[in-house]
Design a protein around this ligand. Sequence first.
Ligand code: UDP
Length: 254
Amino acid sequence: MSRRRQIYEGKAKVLFEGPEPGTLVQYFKDDASAFNNQKRGTITGKGVLNNRISEYLMSRLAEIGIPTHFVRRLNMREQLVREVEIIPIGVVVRNIAAGSLSERLGIAEGTALPRSIIEYYLKKDELGDPLVSEEHITAFGWASTHDLDEIVQIALRVNDFLTGLFLGISIRLIDFKLEFGRLYTDDEVRIVIADEISPDNCRLWDARTNEKMDKDRFRQDLGRVEEGYREVARRLGILPEGGPVDFKAPRLVQ
Ligand code: UDP
């Protein structure tokens, strides 16, 4: 990992120069942060699980024709992605009230929303990622009306698909955040999903017990954070026998 040139280090991931032009390597750390970086911690094994979960979900989306930056997983903590021009807007889709929506509007957590709601947040740490409107986005040129049309279409398709996929394994998709980028090819520019899709940026509740299986376990000090992420991976059927191991521990040879 250290031999490659580092492009960017975020809270949960590091981006390195990829093996070919137009590619990057996305490295998943165990570091976690919340409340605009005020709460920090480490969730041992999180990076390995998120790498695998995001690979799985992005691959399923690609199969139904939803474009993403994902190319392939390289190893336990790294994946190869296409280099895109990141649109500086976090796009949140909500099905059930939780988190900032519940706080801001006083709607009890767990209330089903009359329809899926899309929100935009400007990605700007210094400002704590403020909520912005379509008007702000187009007026300040962060994305065009055409980009936004594309983004909304993709976000709603992702929501429908992932809602069904998770319900099939008895998990409710409460809300999630997507990031988008512009992928430049020889003759066109396409809007694609970037970043990751994992329990770090989705709220996932057990459909029967409403138990939280996502980063809220970290945000709210509920404990057993890694177990929540691992259970999501287990239900998706992507957990290797004995769980993911990415360290060279002594192994008993029989
Ligand atoms: N989210 C995220 N990154 C952020 C803020 C939110 O991935 O910087 C995700 C979060 O995990 C949740 C959804 O977006 O699934 C909606 O989050 P919300 O606006 O309720 O904010 P929070 O309660 O996380 O501050």
